[in-house]
Design a protein around this ligand. Structure first.
Ligand code: HEM
Length: 115
């Protein structure tokens, strides 16, 4: 079970790297597949990690999880809308892409700094 948890943490960190790497550092303004799938992955891997944490003995910080969930849903929403507009030929939505990237940075800060 611990190995599964470590694999999920790895996937969670790769999801974050895909979002922040794409939206903040590399393809600024463009809704790339990395951004879209990274955003989806954060919600799924995050919820699975919470499920595993609830099965363990240590207390789970529900307030922190709630804040991260809201941020991750906002990231995914921005990424989905930007990608859908681009797919339909309605132009790029650079502000939405930037918002997704920076909200993910805030979520990472919450993850690391909220002890
Ligand atoms: C864009 C969204 C997200 C980002 C950037 C993000 C980032 C991170 C990072 C950097 C860590 C490692 C922190 C550390 O070990 O000190 C982490 C851990 C964790 N995250 Fe997220 N996260 C996101 C969304 C979520 C969501 C939506 C949930 C749950 C609903 C979640 C639940 C967790 C849990 C339970 C851990 C602890 C894993 C462990 O070490 O046991 N995360 N997250």
């Amino acid at each position: 079970m611990e190995f599964v948890q470590h694999l999920l943490v790895l996937a969670h960190l790769l999801g974050m790297a895909a979002i922040v790497g794409s939206a903040v550092f590399v393809a600024r303004g463009t809704a790339t597949p990395a951004l879209l799938w990274g955003a989806r992955a954060q919600v799924v891997t995050g919820l699975l990690l919470v499920g595993l944490a609830e099965m363990g003995d240590d207390p789970v910080n529900h307030a922190k999880i709630g804040v991260k969930l809201v941020l991750a849903l906002a990231v995914a929403g921005c990424a989905e809308v930007a990608a859908a507009k681009a797919r339909k030929g309605q132009g790029e939505r650079p502000q939405l892409v930037q918002a997704a990237g920076w909200l993910a940075v805030v979520a990472a800060a919450v993850a690391v700094l909220w002890a």
